[in-house]
Design a protein around this ligand. Sequence first.
Ligand code: GLC
Length: 525
Amino acid sequence: MTDKTGWWRSAAIYQVYIRSFADGNGDGVGDLAGVRARLDHLADLGIDAIWFTPWYPSPMDDGGYDVADFRDIEPLFGTLAEAEALIAEAHAREIRVIIDIVPNHCSDEHRWFQAALEAGPGSPERQRFWFRPGRGPDGSEPPNNWKSRFGGSAWTRVPDGEWYLHLYSSRQPDFNWDNPEIRTEFEDVLRFWFDRGVDGFRIDVADGLVKDPHLPDVDDGDETPFSDQEGLHEIYRSWRKIADSYGGERVLVGEMWLADASRAARYLRRDELHSAFNFDFLVCPWDSARFRDVITRTLRAHDEVGAPAAWVLSNHDVTRHVTRYGRQEDTGFSFANRLHELPVDRELGTRRARAAALLTLALPGGLYVYQGEELGLWEVLDIPDELRQDPVWARTNGTDPGRDGCRVPIPWSGDEPPFGFGSGGAWLPQPAEWKAYTAEAEAADPASMLSLYREGLRLRRTLPAGELEWLSPGDGVLAFRTGPGFTFALNFSATPVPLPPGELLLASGPVDGELPTDTAVWLRS
Ligand code: GLC
C-alpha cells in the first residue's frame, strides 16, 4: 500500500465495534467474517483506516475490554488467521488497521490473574496486580475509598481476605505498572501485532495505567492518584520507539478523558503518542460560542506540541449524537448524567448531526466515525432490561441504563430485523424504523446521511489544508476559513442568516439563498 507521510495527521478513521457490525456465521454476534464481507462499504465510504474495538479472547463482561489473552482472537469473532487475512484485505483497499490495546487491566480469566488468586498473599504473582489487605479490625473494609467507574467500590475481596483493585468491573483487575514484568509483556504484545501488519493501536484508558503507589483516599471527583501520573510518559516513550522501529508509520492513539487540554497535549509530544481523541468536542453542547471555544483551545494545545487534533462525535461509550443533539434542554454529554429520561426530537437531532458531520469533516486534523453514525442511527432507549449487557447497568442497580443503546447491531439491508446484519438475528433488538436507515436504502438516496458522509469524505480530500481563521458573520453563526478558497459556516441561531459569499460545495440541508437554523455549508470562496 502507498506510504503517505503523516497519513494519521488528517486520517478519517472508522470505528468498528465488531460484535455489532456484521455477523458472518449466523450466530447473532458480529465477527471478522462479517467485517471482511463488508469491507467494500468502508472503501466506498472513503475512510482511511479502521479502528477495531478489542478482538481478543474475552468472557465479554465488558464487551471485550476484559481481555483473557492479548495474543489471540475471540473465538466468537474468528481466528488469528482470519484477522491476518482481514488486515491484508483492508490494506489491499488502501485502508489501514488500528486495533485496541487494553493495558490498564485484563479479564479475571487471564492466566496471570488466575495464577495470582492461586498463589496467595505476598507472592510475585500478586505483584502483577494491586492486591492489598483491607482496612478495619478484620480487614473487611476496602483498602481505600476509590470508586469503580462502573459504580460501586473499586475493590473486591478474595476468599483469603485480600482485596484487589479494579477501576472498572470486578472482572477487570488493574495491572500494576510499577512491576517491570507488565512493561515487558505489553512491549511484546505491541510487537506481536505490529509483526502481523497492524498500523497502530488505540490505547484504552491511556491516562490510567500508573497509580500513585500509596493509593491515597480521594475527595469526590478527584482522579489524580489514578489518572495522568507523570510515570506514564516514560511508558509511551518506549512504546513510540517500538512503533517507530517498524516501517509505514505505525501510530499510537490515546483514549484520555482529561479535563485540561494542555495536560492531554503533553502526551502528544514528538516522542510519545501520535494523537488522542478530542472528547471536549464530543461533550460540547449545541452552542456556537461553546464550539468556537472548544475548537480554539484544542487547536492551540495541539499546536504547542505539533500534533494534529482528532475530532470525534460518537463512540461505543456515549449516547449517539443524533439523540444527544435532539434534546432541547442540554445537548451535551456527561457520563454521570446520560439524560435518558429527557424527550428526544429526532428530526432536530438528525438535522444537527448532519451539520456537525460537515463541521467535523472541515476541521484541520483527523476524525473518527463510529459505525452507524454514517447512517444517522440514534441511541436505542427501549432495550428490555433483561437483555441489557453493559456491566454499568447492574453495577448501578439500574440507575444508569449503560451503553447498550449505542451498540445495537447496525442495519445493512431489507425490511425487517436483523436487516441483513446476519442470518441468525441480532444480539440486541433493532428498532423497526431502521428499515429506512439500512446501508442499502441510504446508498440509493442522495439526501441520506450516508450520501452526505460519502460526499463529505470525498470532497474533504480536495480541500486546501491550512490554518483555521475564524470569521464573524454574526451572533450564533460559527464560520471559518481554512486555507485559501474554503469557507465553512454553521448557523446555530434560531433564524436564517445570509449565506457567506462563495460557490456552494456541500450543504447539510436545504439552502435557498439563506443559511437556515442548524444547517452547515461548505463554500469555495
Ligand atoms: C474505555 C472503553 C470502554 C471500557 C473501558 C474499560 O473507556 O472505551 O468501553 O468499558 O475503557 O476498559
